[in-house]
Design a protein around this ligand. Structure first.
Ligand SMILES: Cc1cc2nc3c(=O)[nH]c(=O)nc-3n(C[C@H](O)[C@H](O)[C@H](O)COP(=O)(O)O)c2cc1C
Length: 166
């Protein structure tokens, strides 16, 4: 069975919930390891066939230490700001050339803001030697702390299923 590594970052828990739904969709046909970015391996194990990453959109892109701190000031779990985020993980990750990848993010529904952590992550992952399997996907929250809009977890599960097929 093919093996997929799902790496997520989440400050308020919404991206974590989306990551779980994506993993559920993937599990329809592949073996999935779901891991918080703070515990993610910096060297992708040889047996991994696909890496899926997801994180919250902060300041039009991936989070930084300063935006994670700002999230904590707005009520996020302080532990989530004590380790690296997706940006730093991608900058340090080592893989074999051409490993397929797909990226998702969460972002606020209103106001609609430009920029997406998933697009930024996907671009950086390609620079690190990964190959894009699917277009970046965004899942919407009602506000900074959440909640996810109705139907987004179902959409995330379906997106995971589509990745497994791809
Ligand atoms: C410092 C900060 C900056 C943010 N910037 C953006 C942004 O540029 N665009 C956007 O759509 N959402 C932005 N948001 C909202 C986040 O996308 C939202 O908090 C996130 O999707 C929630 O996911 P989480 O529960 O996994 O942390 C920002 C949130 C914080 C805390």
């Amino acid at each position: 069975m093919q093996k997929v590594l799902v790496v997520y970052e989440s400050m308020f828990g919404n991206t974590h919930d989306v990551a779980e739904a994506v993993a559920t969709g993937l599990r329809s046909s592949v073996d999935v390891t779901l891991v918080d970015v703070g515990d993610a391996p910096l060297e992708i194990p040889d047996e991994i066939d696909l890496v899926v990453v997801g994180g919250p959109t902060h300041a039009f892109g991936m989070s930084r230490p300063s935006t994670r701190q700002s999230a904590v000031e707005q009520g996020a779990d302080p532990q989530a700001a004590e380790h690296i985020g997706l940006r730093e993980w991608i900058a340090g990750v080592v893989t074999h050339e051409g490993l397929p990848t797909a990226a998702f993010d969460t972002k606020v529904a209103k106001p609609h803001l430009p920029g997406s952590a998933a697009k930024a992550a996907e671009r950086k992952l390609r620079h690190r030697g990964f190959k894009k399997l699917a277009d970046p996907e965004s899942f919407l929250v009602a506000g900074t702390t959440g909640n996810l809009l109705d139907g987004e977890l179902e959409r995330a599960r379906a997106w995971g299923e589509s990745l497994a097929v791809a």
